[in-house]
Design a protein around this ligand. Structure first.
Ligand code: HEM
Length: 212
């Protein structure tokens, strides 16, 4: 009798359980970051940075999943594609916590909002509009509602806009610390991986030229 060789899932947690696990980890990290800081205001500010970083890691996974599955097919890359929706929703959750912490920080430090310019708030606000739109359209019912074409256009645009905001947010912090070169380098590398993946996918779809 032939044996089945279905690829085993690379993740023990899948679907909503994967989402829940990541959400709990994000909340735990946030609570620890705030509690371990002797100053509440500074603790909340550190937690804002921490959630930006957890969002960044989740975003990179969702952003490059398809490309890795094409370029280096493996159980892990295939599982990443399968779980991309839940990783994306976990990214939105992490960014929701980022927003709640920003609100809390604004309450604790009354100089925060007056110290920011309207122009300075534009990239972050545009980012949040896209996070919301992508999250709301990541369910079967809403995907069906807007249609496959509009869904593809929205999600492709949204992911590129968010990639640009991550690149800009890290780039503008390089004068504060050289370490911000690292996430900037990561987003540039992820962009290259995604573009090469798309090219490889397009080449695969193209029929081979006929030989006489
Ligand atoms: C209006 C909306 C937003 C506001 C007011 C805001 C505010 C902040 C604040 C106060 C920090 C901490 C700054 C520090 O202590 O140095 C921060 C960090 C950061 N935020 Fe946001 N943010 C917003 C939206 C976003 C969005 C949409 C993204 C990405 C898509 C993002 C990515 C980042 C990154 C990458 C950091 C740096 C984290 C690090 O230090 O490694 N933010 N944000």
């Amino acid at each position: 009798m032939p044996t089945t060789t279905a690829t085993p899932p690379a993740f023990r947690f899948q679907g909503w359980s994967l989402f829940s696990l990541i959400a709990v980890l994000v909340l735990l990290m946030t609570a620890l970051t705030v509690m371990l800081n002797p100053d509440l205001t500074e603790g909340v500010r550190s937690a804002i940075r921490a959630t930006a970083r957890s969002s960044f890691v989740l975003f990179l996974l969702a952003f490059t999943a398809s490309a890795f599955a094409v370029l280096v097919p493996s159980p892990l890359s295939k599982s990443l594609v399968r779980e991309r929706r839940f990783i994306g929703l976990a990214f939105a959750f992490s960014h929701l916590v980022h927003a709640v912490l920003i609100y809390a920080y604004g309450q604790l430090n009354t100089e925060f909002w007056p110290g920011r310019t309207t122009l300075g708030n534009v990239p972050g606000s545009v980012g949040y509009v896209f996070v919301l739109l992508l999250a709301l359209t990541s369910f079967k019912s809403t995907t069906r509602l807007i249609g496959a074409k509009a869904w593809k256009r929205l999600h492709t645009t949204g992911m590129w806009v968010l990639a640009a905001i991550f690149a800009y947010s890290n780039f503008k912090r390089i004068p504060m610390s050289d370490w911000y070169v690292l996430p900037l380098g990561l987003i540039c590398a992820a962009t290259a991986v995604r573009l090469v993946g798309k090219l490889a996918q397009a080449n695969k779809r193209q029929p081979l030229p006929r030989t006489v």
